[in-house]
Ligand binder design. Structure first.
Ligand SMILES: Cc1cc2nc3c(=O)[nH]c(=O)nc-3n(C[C@H](O)[C@H](O)[C@H](O)COP(=O)(O)O)c2cc1C
Length: 219
């Protein structure tokens, strides 16, 4: 769906998800993430960039596993520490994954995806047309119930900072794995919150599209 149509539907309160493709599982288990290998950090930093031209193919499950672990996985099991920082270790940013077969919440402890909505919400995750057909769109959501120890005036800023760190992890993983990605803030917040069924304690922060580059030479 093109951007103008999305803007018009949004104004009418009619920007809605599509039916999910295929069967929607309540859980998607992921293989253990590969925590070795990849590009050296400085080489990944050299390649980090935003790309907006995605091939529609689904990512392999192992790649999805590695990607989600890079974004929000547990890297210090004894402490439950994550790959990205959060103020007072509140770990308040929830990572949703919009796939053709449904919207899922990444659960770092079990390292699995849990069904949040049995619809394809990809096209609601952004005004730009590529978000509809790229294989996945990540959505970063602040869970304000986890920030009770953070001063109220700082909660939103801290959550955005934490989401930014997660998004950069995704950028670096993508640079290393030859994937394309772009972080995004331009979406219809009302339509997306509704499509995701978010309550008042949950705040949309950012979205991020990930996929194979349509032109592999650019990846
Ligand atoms: C907070 C934030 C919001 C952004 N929102 C969008 C967006 O909605 N759509 C988009 O295509 N790019 C978006 N971008 C990506 C920027 O356009 C991109 O990072 C910038 O052009 C620099 O390009 P580079 O990432 O390749 O260095 C956003 C970036 C940031 C940090």
């Amino acid at each position: 769906m093109n951007t103008l149509t999305k803007l018009a539907l949004g104004l009418m309160g009619q920007l809605q998800p599509r039916p999910a493709e295929g069967s929607t599982a309540a859980r998607i288990s992921l293989p253990a993430p590969r925590r070795n290998g990849g590009l050296p950090l400085m080489a990944a930093l050299r390649k980090r960039e935003s790309q907006r031209d995605f091939a529609p193919q689904a990512l392999r499950k192992q790649v999805l596993s590695d990607l989600l672990w890079a974004a929000a996985g547990i890297n210090r099991p004894a402490l439950g520490g994550r790959t990205a920082p959060s103020a007072m270790n509140a770990q308040e940013v929830l990572l949703y994954v919009a796939l053709p077969r449904g919207l899922f919440l990444y659960e770092p402890g079990a390292h699995e995806l849990q069904l949040a909505a049995a619809t394809d919400v990809r096209r609601v995750t952004g005004y730009q047309d590529f978000v509809d057909t790229a294989p996945l769109d990540l959505v970063y959501v602040a869970d304000h119930t986890r920030m009770r120890l953070v001063p109220a005036a700082s909660r939103e800023a801290y959550a955005y900072a934490a989401a930014g760190a997660m998004a950069q992890n995704v950028y670096l993983y993508c640079a290393s794995a030859g994937l394309a990605t772009v972080i995004r803030a331009w979406f219809d917040r009302h339509a997306l919150a509704q499509a995701m069924g978010l309550g008042t304690d949950h705040q949309l922060l950012l979205a991020q599209t990930v996929g194979l580059p349509r032109d592999p030479a650019s990846g």
